[in-house]
Design a protein around this ligand. Structure first.
Ligand code: ZN
Length: 197
């Protein structure tokens, strides 16, 4: 089942999410729905708060980037598919790089974000097996973006005050639903309706 993706301005996107355990109700169904929702939106990552659940869970699959890159630079992302639960970044490299990020909750805006090049992350997979992984390049990039989501942080929070000011109007329009998007979304300020979480 495809779930409408919460848009910028929805208060759930700013909340630090809760850890979960194996008894979380209908977890496998939620994970399946998140993959389906992400694929429908042609995204490479989706975090639980983006579908209205304030829990530390995200899914990634980099294949859409590999498919969409004519130069083949993102081929390493093909098949990079993970379910990540209760993640903790254990180490981040001092080395950083800049990449233009987007977000399914912030359609039509892409901005350069600086992040560490590589990370070591510990998390539980969909079977609640503990995993420790070292990631770099695009893998580390996608996972850090999603890791932020489950801590209430959006990529726009990483921008300079000037960039934020320049984007303010566009972001407000997204909250109101005044944006072209070809997947299902839920806008917090559309037609005077306010989303209550
Ligand atoms: Zn995002």
């Amino acid at each position: 089942m495809v779930i409408p993706i919460r848009a910028y301005g929805d208060p759930i996107l700013k909340k630090d999410c809760e850890e979960i355990d194996e008894d979380y109700p209908e977890l496998q169904e939620l994970i399946n729905n998140m993959f389906e929702t992400m694929y429908e939106a042609k995204g490479v990552g989706l975090a639980a708060p983006q579908v209205g659940k304030s829990i530390r869970l995200f899914v990634v699959d980099g294949t859409a980037f590999a498919d969409g890159d004519p130069n083949g630079n993102m081929e390493e992302l093909r098949g990079f598919k993970r379910v990540v639960i209760n993640p903790v970044i254990l180490e981040s490299s001092e080395d950083e790089w800049v990449f233009k990020e987007g977000c399914l909750s912030i359609p039509a805006i892409r901005e350069e974000v600086t992040r560490p090049s590589s990370i070591t992350i510990e998390y539980y997979d969909e079977n609640f097996e503990l995993v420790e992984e070292e990631l770099d390049g695009y893998h580390a990039r996608i996972v850090q973006h999603e890791y932020d989501h489950v801590h209430g942080i959006l990529f726009t929070d990483h921008l300079s005050p000037l960039r934020k000011r320049l984007l303010k109007r566009n972001l407000q329009e997204i909250s109101k639903g005044n944006v072209d998007v070809d997947y299902k979304m839920k806008f917090p300020e559309k037609k005077g309706k306010k989303v209550v979480n």
